[in-house]
Design a protein around this ligand. Structure first.
Ligand SMILES: *Cc1c(COP(=O)(O)O)cnc(C)c1O
Length: 479
């Protein structure tokens, strides 16, 4: 039936289509395991299946949903497949998807406390819960001088931390700009977002010191200390150190105790980036990874990687909220309100780069309440157990070797046949559709990364993947 232009979806239609979409998603979860993990479309295929121009006339929802199935789905790489072992997980779950839907339905913009008190207060409360759940230092709890805030990504968290550290080290950078003297530090294995933050903040990538790592890819505290002394002696101003708990490449754990001591001596902002690995701290037996965090000025990890919360959701804490607010707050007249002026409330717009913000804490709240701490611990433990099992298989096979220690859920390994063999193996495995894994380079050699953390990954998926890897290697090397 043709529809008159300008009609909104009625509540009755919304109900019906909403149910159809939820059914579609439930069916997706049921069948995702059987789909080729890495999308098989070629560049331009999806675009070619879409019309050049937007529709002039309204279209029925059914045709849109049909195109989701026929045009969009083939162009999806299935991050939610239990056979997804690439990069890092981005694991979603039923409660997080429903929380996201609720956030969209309420359509709240939470820039100020007054623009939706629940958006601010639930966020603060859930981040306080996580301080307890992860065993984080009390200084990050909102009952102290610090507190937490949700950012879109670990990249944004690092940028905000750097801006706060920069402003604390040189009080006038926000007004007069950087003078080329400020210096930031991170290990040579730190995530690329640190270099991006250094560029955006005006510190400049020439002023980012990439600190040497040891044989296990951990930042060397003595090298950090030497770099700080050298810059000081040359009249430069160290303003920011980023330590990584679980590097992206190989899950190396920078030693926070000595790094924290050095930063405290030099009065430099210490940010700790635990984007993926931070989730492990929900289990007390893995909290050793964050030993020394008491001296950090800021900390972040991503529930949108490995805590069953769909993208985007990064939890970011600062020990001194005023250091962050001082760096980011600007108050135009049109945002003024009585509650903010009284100082009695938190306005999260001052804790991030954009003004506007989504109601992200809802999905995290749904996830934590659905699983409970014990449910979350159960799944994280299981992922780590599966990774350790996989590492054992690698160690015991004569044609394969581990390329790095395996503290948690990431296994870096390679075939002993050299780069060309590993590249061919990687390409064949990913083309098979059975799994998706990615690579990195460690000590100059091509290394395969097997990252476990998808919501529905079970022992049988990991066992099947290992079988597949061994068979494919045997077939291609003829051994
Ligand atoms: C994935 C990752 C990031 C980037 O995460 P985003 O949330 O996508 O910005 C930063 N640091 C580390 C160590 C990572 O593994």
């Amino acid at each position: 039936m043709a529809r008159q232009a300008g009609f909104h979806m009625t509540p009755e239609e919304f109900r019906r289509h909403g149910r159809e979409l939820i059914d579609w998603l439930a069916r997706y979860e049921e069948r995702v395991e059987s789909l080729p993990v890495l999308s098989r479309v070629r560049p331009g295929d999806v675009a070619a299946a879409l019309p050049d121009l937007a529709p002039e006339a309204p279209e029925p929802f059914e045709t849109v949903l049909r195109d989701v199935e026929q045009v969009i789905l083939p162009g999806i790489t299935h991050w939610q497949s239990p056979n997804f072992f690439a990069f890092f997980p981005a694991n979603a779950s039923g409660p997080s998807i429903l929380g996201e839907l609720l956030s969209a339905g309420l359509g709240v913009q939470g820039m100020l406390w007054v623009t939706s008190p629940a958006c601010t207060e639930l966020e603060t409360r859930v981040l306080d819960w996580l301080v307890g759940l992860l065993g984080l230092p009390d200084r990050f709890h909102s009952s102290s001088a610090g507190a937490g805030v949700i950012q879109d990504s670990a990249s944004s968290a690092a940028l905000c931390a750097l801006l706060a550290g920069r402003e604390r080290a040189a009080r006038t950078t926000n007004t007069t700009g950087c003078d080329g003297k400020l210096v930031a530090y991170a290990s040579s294995e730190a995530h690329s977002s640190i270099e991006k933050a250094v560029r955006i903040s005006g510190v400049g990538s020439d002023n980012l010191r990439r600190i040497e790592v040891d044989e296990q890819k951990r930042m060397r505290p003595d090298a950090l200390e030497a770099a700080l002394h050298e810059d000081r002696a040359a009249g430069r101003v160290p303003c920011f150190v980023c330590a990584t708990v679980g590097t992206t490449s190989s899950q190396a754990l920078d030693p926070l105790e000595p790094i924290g001591k050095i930063c405290a001596e030099h009065g430099v902002w210490l940010h700790v980036d635990a984007a993926m690995a931070g989730s492990a701290a929900i289990c007390p037996e893995f909290r050793y990874i964050q030993a020394g965090l008491e001296r950090a000025d800021s900390y972040c990890f991503n529930p949108h990687k490995w805590l069953f919360t769909n993208f985007d959701c990064d939890c970011f804490w600062v020990a001194d909220r005023h250091a962050l607010i001082d760096a980011l707050s600007i108050l135009p007249d049109y945002l003024r309100n009585r509650e903010s002026d009284s100082g009695a409330v938190t306005d999260y717009r001052d804790w991030q780069v954009p003004l506007g913000r989504r109601f992200r804490s809802l999905k995290l709240w749904f996830v934590i309440r659905h699983y409970g701490a014990e449910g979350l611990r159960h799944h994280i433990r299981e992922h780590i157990r599966l990774a350790q099992q996989f590492a054992t298989w690698v160690r015991e096979h004569e044609c394969f070797e581990l390329a790095a220690p395996v503290p948690l859920n990431l296994v870096c390994f390679r075939h002993v046949g050299g780069d060309a063999v590993n590249q061919a193996l990687l390409d064949r495995l990913n083309a098979s559709g059975e799994m998706y894994i990615t690579q990195t380079r460690l000590d100059g050699r091509l290394t395969l990364r097997f990252s476990i953390g998808q919501t529905h990954t079970e022992a049988r998926h990991v066992a099947r993947a290992w079988e597949c890897i061994v068979e494919t290697a045997e077939r291609s090397t003829g051994s």
